[in-house]
Design a binder for this molecule. Structure first.
Ligand code: SAM
Length: 279
């Protein structure tokens, strides 16, 4: 089933948290000259027009990127992320939002490369078009986890895998656990960044327990909520589970999240940065 279209949600509070974490991981990888790979398992289209009918319909970016991108008190830690937005937008109008592949493309160097997978019949050609002629980017219309399995370990032995499924079906939570199990066997030292939505908290608790039971060390959870948990349908929070995070990520997010909460959800917001499994 491929009914999910990210264009309804581009630039919302969940994208902001996800892409900040992603860009901090890439900043950390760039501390060394050695090449790295950025592998994006669920890529979307790469760039979103916030004036298209889907974005306009939900207006989700208004409680996300629109609240922060032009503030004058932006924490220094998120400079790379904000730059990725500014290069797509001339001047003061927020028209385009970079998806995860464009955030990454704004950061990688000549020696680095990207692997992208996207299966949606309408989104795949848009993604292809976005990176046409770019020799550092390989794009596959293949299943996310099948391609991941075939790509690990990467020849560089350094890099990050972003795992960002739509979670439309309940089994997708445990599919992620299975993919991590397989991937970690092939490449134990890679950084894995898994995005998750909090719609029903129990799905996340199960996924976290599944990851914990794999016996893998160094699993960090980062979360920003805009509303308290509820049994009603709807995303109230989202976060990232990062396996093998760069050492500064925990303290960077501890510094950023209070600011982000105040900017995006001052009344009902909450956040956390917690080790699910420490070193
Ligand atoms: N990572 C993107 C970003 O941050 O800009 C957003 C990705 S969106 C949440 C999830 C994407 O996964 C959708 O575009 C969907 O078409 C794609 N998708 C769903 N199932 C897939 C699969 N089995 N393999 C590859 N892509 C898949």
């Amino acid at each position: 089933m491929l009914s999910y279209r990210h264009s309804f949600h581009a630039g919302n509070h969940a994208d902001v948290v996800k892409h900040i974490v992603q860009s901090l991981i890439l900043d950390a990888l760039k501390q060394k000259d050695k090449p790295f790979v950025y592998h994006d398992t669920h890529s979307g289209v790469g760039r979103y027009d916030l004036q298209d009918e889907r974005s306009e319909k939900t207006g989700e970016f208004k409680q996300g990127i629109a609240r922060i991108w032009q503030r004058d008190d932006i924490p220094a830690e998120i400079a790379s992320y904000i730059d990725a937005i500014k290069v797509l937008n001339d001047g003061d109008e927020l028209r385009y939002y970079p998806g995860s592949p464009k955030v990454a493309r704004a950061q990688i160097r000549d020696q680095d490369r990207m692997v992208l997978t996207e299966l949606h019949p309408s989104d795949f050609p848009l993604l292809l078009q976005e990176f046409r002629g770019d020799r550092q980017v390989r794009i596959y219309k293949e299943d996310a986890f099948a391609r991941l399995k075939g790509s690990l370990p990467p020849k560089e032995r350094r890099g990050v895998v972003l795992i960002d499924p739509p979670y439309e079906l309940k089994h997708e939570y445990m599919d992620v656990v299975k993919a991590i199990k397989e991937s970690h066997k092939r490449w134990a030292t890679g950084t894995y960044a898994i995005w998750y939505p909090v719609v029903y908290r129990e799905n996340i608790d199960k996924m976290l327990k599944g990851l914990e039971d794999l016996g893998i060390r160094k699993i960090l959870q980062i979360e920003l909520g805009v509303e308290p948990d509820t049994e009603e349908r709807g995303m109230t929070a989202s976060g990232m589970i990062v396996i093998n995070p760069p050492w500064k990520l925990e303290s960077q997010m501890q510094a950023i999240l209070p600011w982000l909460k105040e900017a995006i959800a001052p009344n009902h917001g909450h956040y956390k940065v917690e080790w699910i499994v420490p070193e």
